[in-house]
Design a protein around this ligand. Structure first.
Ligand SMILES: [Ca+2]
Length: 141
């Protein structure tokens, strides 16, 4: 009889754990936390490069994407950051983008968990998290 009670309790606890910590949602949240930190790092690097060279990195009005070989066109990037930030998925629309027009820049990322951030960022694309000094440089959907 006691064994049945113990088994029932174990079942109850494990099912409660599964409900409260959905591993699928937890992974989405973890990836978004990485993305938000990466976007912040990219902005820091872009601004530090501007201070050092008087221009933003990359060609004007060229869209750089994190799954392209020339992503974040900064020579000696390790002077600014230990690793090149790329999206945790880095395909199927989950990529980082960067563009500059000489006066301003924009960095974007597609989020999976904090999706409300994408439409409250005051940018021109409801399906991207936009950051930078001009959130209209990358055309919205
Ligand atoms: Ca947006």
């Amino acid at each position: 009889m006691e064994l049945v009670v113990v088994c029932a309790l174990i079942l109850l606890v494990t099912s409660l754990l599964f409900i409260t910590v959905d591993p699928y949602e937890a992974k989405k949240k973890a990836r978004d936390n990485i993305r938000l930190m990466d976007i912040s790092d990219i902005e820091r690097v872009v601004n530090e490069y501007k201070i050092d060279h008087n221009v933003f990195p990359g060609e004007r009005n060229v869209l750089y994407i994190s799954n392209d070989p020339d992503w974040l066109p900064i020579p000696s990037i390790t002077a600014y950051i230990s690793h090149l930030p790329i999206d945790p998925i880095n395909k199927n629309g989950y990529v980082y983008s960067y563009i500059q027009d000489g006066d301003s820049y924009e960095v974007t990322s597609k989020l999976e968990y904090f999706t409300n951030f994408m439409d409250s960022d005051k940018g021109n694309d409801l399906n991207m998290f936009e950051s930078g000094t001009n959130l209209s440089l990358i055309k919205g959907n």
